[in-house]
Design a protein. Sequence first.
Length: 315
Amino acid sequence: MIKTKILKSSSPLINVPTVANGRLHRLQKNIIPYYYVTPITVILIFISLFPLAYNFYISLYKFSLMDPLGKKYIGIKNYLKLIEDELFWNSIWNTLYFSVCAVSLEVVLGLSLALLLNRKKTRNREIYRTLMMLPIIMTPIAVAYMWRVIFTPDLGILNYILSLFGIQGPEWLADMYWAMPALIIVDVWQWVPFMALIILSGLMSLPQEPFDAAKIDGASEWQTLWYITLPMIKQIILIALLIRIIDSFKLFDLVYAMTKGGPLRYTETFNYYIYTIAFRYLDIGYAGALSITLLLMLIILSIAFIRLGGFYERK
């Protein structure tokens, strides 16, 4: 009876436990999501941020696996060494050459293919979209070895097809003038469908009203493409372009499986040069400086693309 009277009392003091319980409930409700996020956050810090921090730390030392106990602090000398390293600049040039040529072709061909598949008159578009996924899902190593056989002068089919037209094909991967174009051909073959699918998804999401208005005004297909379609999918193209440029700067698989950086270092890209310094010459300190330099280049490139695309505006 006493308890019943206390609970039914209108005294303000009786509401204190209820208010406290409500605050505790809200606090638990706000904290609970962090319990779910914390494990994966710790894992990401361990597998991403810790190696990055250690890589920067080791780049400040003269450290070779030939003499693990002879690690010596040298500050930024590994970074200053880049300036005088001719092989470093050669790898930068090869990477830029590959990236500009390959990504430019992928954008043009991907846009053309996306526009073709977006036409209502194109039949069996679903089948084509499915087939376009095949090169993308193949592993780069498998693609590299497949094309390595195709480019082989004696066994490959490419030179045989050229011979049918009276053209004598070169030794693609052993020729200093054709080795890099061969890598570009392989990269374009594998990643044009990727560009096409991203651009196609953007085209399919566009509203129909601007195109109907342009048709009524008598605009040609070229004018519609240039003044309506491309401006509306500009950001989508830039996102796909940025993804492919970052991937092209990290090119390793094709070079490793097809040319090993040859002939005469004509296909030695930046990422493959880092591999050579780290695992052939065993100079871990200098390889760390190269890795940090590559990361900084990609960060600057990403920021430039974000500003160019207008993905955020200053208020």
